[in-house]
Design a protein around this ligand. Structure first.
Ligand code: PLP
Length: 393
């Protein structure tokens, strides 16, 4: 059986080496893909745990889990078949009928639907709160509250809400604080270092980094991860070994990719500010961003995401998106290619104009996930698209 190496050192060292196979003469440097659903064993007196790909303990799944626990600084982690599998199994693991959950209003739409629809079907009540102030969270707490849930940064408005007051609140209440930190990746934010109990990622985004894998991870204490594993075994949303192998490959370059994306996104945010036809630029690295000071304090990088609001509204946004030649018009984020989307058609679909406005997503709002292309090429591409949008206005 393969041995997975825990390692010490900085984030880049960890992302390359943590979880890889112990070196032995003649052994492959790259952990092999073990495309096997099952493994020898299963005698009633055997001391080893049963291995089965649905249990999340295939060697490739374990490599990913070891890397993530090292990167997030948690006792344990587990890899699952998607970001939603990670979120759903965590919420199911931590709640029972009769419980109550407090969640931020500014979260990924499908997470919100899961909380509202699926937890409700299981007898769990959910209250959504404005995440801006710790007071609203405190007021929402009840005797039967079992967890707090938030996202940092938020999609697509890139707000940074401080988890630290909620860590204190969760401790007082004796419940875990769960943070979806997909948009940050552990390169830019390590929530567990601020006291957060459970960290969730859609590994489909920055962790995989190549838009070719759908995966999720949950990081936390061994006790909580064991409960998540129990849900994985019951509901079955396992990560296929090949997808786990691709994810581990992506993770080895996580740090350089995200650092470059941080730099490019900030450069592009500054560039967009100088362009005509752009009403607003949203990026936590800009001094006018409402959470810039907090971002400076708690983030290691401002992230590879930025949003722009075009002056010509929805029509301008459509023309802009259609005119792009390098950036690709597609949902999702965190890949090597720059992806552009309009939240009104994707994450915020179904919301009316008023609700969108209230959420800070006015007409003309375009979300950009900056990839690894050369910034001058992206500026030329966006410049051409802005020109098309202005000409159409
Ligand atoms: N969390 C966030 C913040 C997301 O943006 C997404 C997907 O876009 C998810 C979770 C769900 O991830 P997946 O698509 O891998 O299930």
């Amino acid at each position: 059986m393969t041995a997975h190496r825990p390692t010490h050192g900085g984030l880049s060292t960890q992302s390359v080496h943590a979880g890889s196979v112990t070196p032995a003469e003649g052994a492959p440097v790259v952990p092999p893909l073990v495309q096997s659903a099952t493994y020898y064993g299963g005698w009633h007196d055997a001391t080893i745990d049963l291995r089965y790909a649905r249990y999340g303990n295939n060697p490739n799944q374990e490599e990913v889990a070891t890397k993530l626990a090292a990167l997030e600084g948690t006792e344990s982690a587990i890899a699952l078949g998607s970001g939603m599998a990670a979120t759903a199994m965590t919420l199911l693991a931590l709640t029972r009928a009769g419980d109550h959950v407090v969640a931020s209003r500014q979260i990924y739409g499908t997470t919100q639907s899961f909380l509202q629809q699926e937890l409700a079907r299981r007898g769990v009540a959910v209250d959504f709160v404005d995440p801006d102030s710790a007071r609203t969270w405190r007021l929402a707490l009840k005797a039967n509250t079992r967890l707090l849930f938030m996202e940092v940064p938020t999609n697509p408005t890139l707000r940074i809400h401080d988890p630290r007051p909620l860590v204190r609140l969760a401790r007082e209440a004796g419940v875990p604080l769960v943070v979806d930190s997909t948009f940050a990746s552990p390169v830019n934010l390590r929530p567990a270092s601020l006291g957060v109990d459970v960290v969730i990622h859609s590994a489909t985004k920055y962790l995989g980094g190549h838009s070719d894998v759908v995966a999720g991870v949950v990081c936390g204490s061994t006790a909580i991860i064991d409960e998540v594993r129990r849900m994985l075994m019951l509901y079955g949303p396992a990560l296929d070994p090949h997808a786990a192998w691709l994810l581990a490959r992506g993770l080895r370059t996580l740090s350089v990719r995200v650092q470059r994306q941080n730099e490019s996104a900030l450069a592009l945010a500054r560039w967009f500010k100088e362009q005509s036809g752009v009403k607003a630029v949203i990026h936590p690295g800009l001094p006018e961003h409402p959470d810039h000071e907090l971002a400076k304090e708690i983030l290691q990088g401002y992230g590879g995401m930025l949003s722009v609001v075009l002056e010509g509204g929805s029509r301008a946004a459509n023309t802009f998106c259609r005119a792009l030649q390098i950036a690709l018009y597609a949902p999702s984020l965190g890949g090597v290619e720059t992806l552009v989307s309009q939240p009104r058609f994707t994450s915020q679909v179904g919301l009316g104009a008023k609700e969108m406005e209230e959420q800070g997503i006015p007409e003309g709002f375009v979300r950009i996930s900056v990839g690894l292309e050369d910034v001058p090429d992206l500026e030329r591409d966006f410049g051409r698209a802005l020109q098309a949008a202005r000409a159409d206005g």
